[in-house]
Design a protein around this ligand. Structure first.
Ligand code: UDP
Length: 329
């Protein structure tokens, strides 16, 4: 099978690329290296069935050319991370809306199957423990930068849905809930690599808000096989599917567990949201998926526990911290 992966040098895209190559597929990877890193492709880069293209999904001709002949398109190129969305709201909107439009059209023209990486942000402030795919979205003002990301991703979902219904595109939308693991950087706001780095370097762990907000973290190694399986499962086409863990943790508990796992002497410091993200930031107090659909479709289960996740991230970041010549984040 020929796969086209956008965002191939990113955290999830690079793990997906490695898995596709290991399964015998041919992969073209596109990335503009805005938040992705070539270092993430050091294994794939050596592979005879892999070719890397540096460019943006906003470049329609580039996307058309790279998608040519693809059987499956995995669309992971996006502006992500709370700090990116806050600081580069306009560019993020353009990438996440127009970039996706280009990729969806290219998949359609090639008669390829499409997997769209979407997000649990879609559900916004809905705190139901066990969010199902057809649950309501509860969003704040579109003028708050955080919700602009959810707006863009929702538009992407509607676009894919319309291509499925009106043009017969075979596509599945995957809503990812806090996927974590090695190669994820804390530079753009993601909490686990930030806490682990802070703990390993003796800096205070910065808990934003009260720390009572709840998340479920899922290891990328559990997510990637499900992505490949969903792209091959016709029963999934035309649907959105949640992928995540159901092991809940509060952010203050997470900080304590990172300190314990790394045997760190760092303190835990609480920062108001305003100081962390600027004025008007709204967080979600709980975000827990119901993954019954993914289990039914492809037997998905999140096997990796939170403690195992923390250990695997700590192992990688400890290696980076010990090698200061390697980019630090
Ligand atoms: N968070 C935190 N300290 C940090 C980074 C994030 O307390 O240094 C919080 C953040 O406010 C949120 C949670 O951790 O409540 C998860 O943040 P992340 O950006 O990883 O994911 P998301 O907000 O999309 O769930």
């Amino acid at each position: 099978m020929k796969a086209f992966v956008t965002g191939a040098a990113g955290f999830i895209g690079s793990h997906l690329t490695d898995a596709l190559l290991a399964a015998g597929h041919t992969v073209t990877g596109l990335d503009d290296l805005s938040t992705g890193r070539l270092e993430n492709l050091s294994r794939a880069g050596e592979h005879p069935r892999f070719r890397f293209r540096q460019g943006t999904v906003l470049d329609r001709a580039r996307v058309e050319e790279d998608a040519h002949g693809a059987d499956v398109v995995f669309h992971f190129a996006a502006a992500v991370g709370a700090f990116v969305i806050r600081d580069r709201t306009l560019e993020s909107l353009r990438t996440n809306v127009h970039g996706t439009e280009n990729v969806v059209e290219a998949a359609y023209r090639n008669n390829a199957t499409l997997l769209l990486a979407s997000t649990s942000e879609i559900y916004g402030k809905n705190t139901l423990a066990g969010l199902r795919e057809d649950d309501d979205r509860v969003l704040g003002s579109p003028l708050k930068s955080r919700w602009s990301y959810a707006e863009a991703k929702a538009l992407d979902e509607s676009l894919v849905d319309a291509y499925c219904r009106q043009r017969g595109l075979a596509a599945v939308i995957v809503r990812l809930f806090n996927t974590v693991g090695p190669r994820q950087t804390g530079r753009y706001g993601m909490v686990i690599p930030r806490f682990v780095r802070q703990a390993l370097t003796g800096e205070p762990l910065t808990v934003f808000g009260t720390g009572t907000q709840i998340r479920c973290f899922c290891h990328v190694a559990d997510v990637v096989p499900a992505l490949i399986a969903l792209a091959h499962e016709p029963r999934a086409f035309g649907s959105a599917v949640n992928l995540g863990s159901t092991e809940q943790v509060t952010i203050s508990d997470l900080a304590d567990r990172v300190v314990a796992a790394t045997r760190s002497r760092s303190e835990v410091r609480y920062l108001p949201y305003e100081q962390a993200y600027g004025p008007g930031y709204e967080d979600m107090l709980r975000r827990v998926p119901d993954c019954t659909l993914a289990k039914e479709l492809v037997g998905f289960e999140a096997h990796t526990t939170l403690d195992e996740i923390i250990d695997s991230v700590a192992e990688e970041i400890a290696r980076r911290v010990r090698q200061p010549t390697v980019p630090r984040r």
